[in-house]
Design a binder for this molecule. Sequence first.
Ligand code: ADP
Length: 200
Amino acid sequence: MLNIVIFGPPGSGKGTQSTKIVEKYNLIHLSTGDLLREEMENETPLGKEVRQYIDKGLLVPDEIVLKELYMRTSEHMDSPGFIFDGFPRTIVQAESLDEMLRKEGMSISLVISVEVEEEELHKRLMGRGEDSGRSDDSDDIIIRRLEVYKEQTLPLIAYYKKQGKMATINGMAPVDQVFGKISRAIDTYLESHKIIPVVE
Ligand code: ADP
């Protein structure tokens, strides 16, 4: 199995790159942001609960996110692998993910960290706010999300570096160039582990 974590600050292009990775390597895309927004749109009790965090730019509590993610992951255990997008976002989530995969005889293969300068992130997110329709893409909430990222999510870089799984990609380039670099990192991993990707 090929299990990838795509990692990076809000606005780094994780979602866009995930879509391309999924197409090329046939993975199941699990975006906790998308899953939570779906709950909000459907106005489920969970959706109503998580809205109070998301609309403030805060992280949704670990236990809620973990429950949702486990449920979705267990539905696809027969797939060629997963791409986790926007997850894990805290050390607790990363440790829980490792534990969950270990119980299934699996592990994270590779963590792709997409790096973008802070000024560019602000620019992209402010621009996106005009047409995304996302309630958390407004100026003050964007600033909060970037702060939360630095405080709670950035420590994961050290966590995965220690495991020897980090591949750092410069995200300050056009989408296809960034994807080219990501593909090379994945292919290098696959070759060195003698894994043949599932291609339809
Ligand atoms: P972005 O990375 O651009 O902020 P996401 O769609 O990944 O977009 O996340 C949007 C919001 O959803 C986050 O600000 C947070 O409130 C919530 N969220 C998403 N994933 C997680 C997670 N793994 N843990 C806690 N909260 C999350």
